[in-house]
Design a protein around this ligand. Structure first.
Ligand code: SPV
Ligand code: MG
Length: 553
């Protein structure tokens, strides 16, 4: 495929990782690969600015907790490579050990690596199962040259991308042979089609690799792993003309003392304070995982759920009618079937997928303590009422990107009523019990409503709107009782906020209840949609209500 010229107005094609690796190998500069052994370390290597990754056998086996003796299977290595290739865009060279067998294993390996977007593989002239070069290297047996060349040829024949690289690693020095053997092997491997030579040495000085490079000259690129001759200045490698230096194990080695220190400190101190400042914040893990990309994708793909709604529960009042029961707690915390009233309300919200809930507290605010509930206090609860509490609830959460539900801390309801307030077009929706007569004998103030139409089968198919809400609507004009549930669309929230603020500032409204707000919405030509239900809610005012609530819950 020919590259499209940028000047012709086409975007440049992304460089394939194989091509990127081949450029590193062929570059006249000394290039560097850093070791990575899993997805997160691969990302860290890329972020640090490296141009390529060494997927080293030592560190990959170590992160699995096994020895560098082919104890991890080659497919386990492959699986990890897949995570690494997903986590970074860099070309990765696999330390393919001996190729995991003979020519047949190597060609299958190459095909599988190409499928996983791995740019290169390095195989070493030893026998399966291999041993790490730094463990008794002199006792390690080298492969027969011809047999090893068959691995190289089969690997090269198997690749389908011309830029995929197969590097061969000469272990002659490791196994105690001299320069002549190293050169003899390198020449044979080169003739078999190898793209470059990795010359390895376990000496603490670079004499072996420098001697090799001097004789080999530029017959093909030469790669080194200076783990043992680490004290050599990097410029010495540059001057000698090496192609790539591999820092082969340093991320894992950096992590080991950090993990050991952290583990020992925690075992000794049994608290997290002493290590908190020396460990990465959790959000750094999220960043490295790319969590923000998923959040953006969720907004794009996931259906809108209840989580698009938040709630404010007005729970500031004592509920004196409950006598001793509210001596040391607000009404919302009185227990019904072993759980506070408020917990039943929170459960109904949670059941509808609503988690973000603010409770406005007042009387004995210290007793309102439920998990995952955000509390805000109305300090003037004794001299104010519902409207003032709502001001505090709105001020506590300025997220106007979600719809808002408002309800009372002493009203329990079935979850389906929340689901019924589901008109996406409506800016204001209220739940009204059409069966208001069922509770008319109770001695209590109730928020009655007059609507555009009474509840009926016909009404089910129509948009019913609120006309008035008040405690003193004459019985013949009542269409139902408002159960305290109001839903405000995110769209209307800015309007709603300013109206609530305006009304609450009027001196006459210091003790105003929410029906004042509903009627004012209507007066200002807002459409307040009415959703009729019959029953399935309960306003807890008296001891009798409490008994009924026990049955209801
Ligand atoms: C590796 O990193 O696994 C290597 C280099 O093969 S070495 O450990 O030096 O043999
Ligand atoms: Mg290795």
């Amino acid at each position: 495929m020919s590259a499209k010229p940028e000047s012709a107005g086409f975007a440049a094609e992304p460089v394939r990782r194989t091509t990127a690796f081949r450029r590193l190998l062929d570059s006249p500069e000394l290039e560097f690969l850093l070791e990575a052994h899993n997805g997160i370390s691969a990302r860290i290597v890329e972020e640090a600015g490296f141009k390529g990754i060494w997927a080293g056998g030592l560190c990959m086996s170590a992160q699995y907790g096994v020895r560098d003796n082919n104890e991890a299977s080659w497919t386990q290595v492959l699986e990890m490579l897949e995570f690494m290739a997903d986590a970074s865009n860099l070309p990765i060279m696999l330390d393919g050990d001996t190729g995991y067998g003979n020519f047949n294993n190597v060609r299958r390996l190459v095909r599988k690596l190409e499928q996983r977007n791995i740019a290169a593989v390095c195989i070493e002239d030893k026998l399966f199962p291999k041993t790490n070069s730094f463990i008794d290297g002199e006792r390690q047996e080298l492969a027969d040259i011809d047999e090893f060349c068959s691995r190289i040829k089969a690997g090269k024949d198997a690749q389908s991308d011309d830029d995929f690289c197969l590097i061969t690693r000469v272990e002659a020095f490791i196994a105690g042979w001299g320069l002549d053997e190293a050169l003899r092997r390198a020449a044979a491997y080169h003739d078999a089609g190898s793209d470059g030579i990795l010359i390895h040495s376990a000496l603490s000085n670079p004499s072996e690799v420098l001697a090799f490079k001097k004789e080999w000259a530029d017959r093909s690129p030469v790669v080194i792993v200076p783990t043992k001759y680490y004290a050599t200045p990097t410029d010495a490698f540059r001057e000698a003309g090496f192609s790539i230096a591999i820092w082969a194990n340093h991320l894992l080695r950096a992590a080991i003392p950090a993990m050991q220190d952290c583990a020992r400190t925690l075992a000794r101190d049994e608290n997290l304070q002493s290590i908190e400042d020396s460990v990465a914040p959790v959000r750094e893990i999220f960043r490295l995982q790319g969590a923000s990309e998923l959040q953006a994708a969720e907004e794009l793909y996931l259906p809108v759920t209840g989580d698009q709604t938040r709630a404010i529960i007005l729970a500031a009042s004592r509920g004196s009618a409950l006598g001793d029961l509210t001596q040391d707690r607000p009404k919302a915390m009185v227990e019904i079937r072993g759980k506070p009233l408020l917990a039943h309300i929170v459960n109904a919200y949670n059941g509808a997928g609503i988690k973000r809930i603010t409770a406005v507290t007042g009387y004995r605010a210290d007793r309102v303590d439920l998990p995952a509930l955000n509390c805000v206090e109305n300090p003037d609860y004794a001299e104010t009422s519902e409207l003032a509490s709502l001001v505090h609830g709105l001020a506590a959460d300025d997220d106007d990107s979600r719809d808002l539900l408002v309800s009372f801390g002493d009203v329990i309801f079935k979850r389906y009523i929340l689901d019924a307030l589901d008109d996406p077009e409506a800016d204001f929706q209220i739940a009204v019990d059409a069966d208001w007569k069922a509770s008319v004998n109770r001695e209590r103030a109730a928020d009655y409503v007059r609507c555009s139409e009474s509840n009926s089968k016909r009404a089910f198919y129509r948009d019913i709107v609120l006309e008035q809400a008040a405690e003193d609507i004459p019985p013949e004009q009542r269409h139902g009782e408002w159960m305290g549930l109001l839903k405000v669309s995110a769209r209307a929230l800015p309007r709603f906020r300013s109206l609530v603020g305006e009304l609450a500032n009027l001196p006459d409204n210091r003790r105003a209840k929410l029906h004042v707000l509903l009627t004012e919405l209507v007066r200002r030509d807002e459409t307040v949609r009415v959703v009729y239900t019959t029953g399935h809610w309960l306003d807890v005012d008296t001891l009798d209500d409490l008994v009924a609530a026990g049955r209801f819950a």
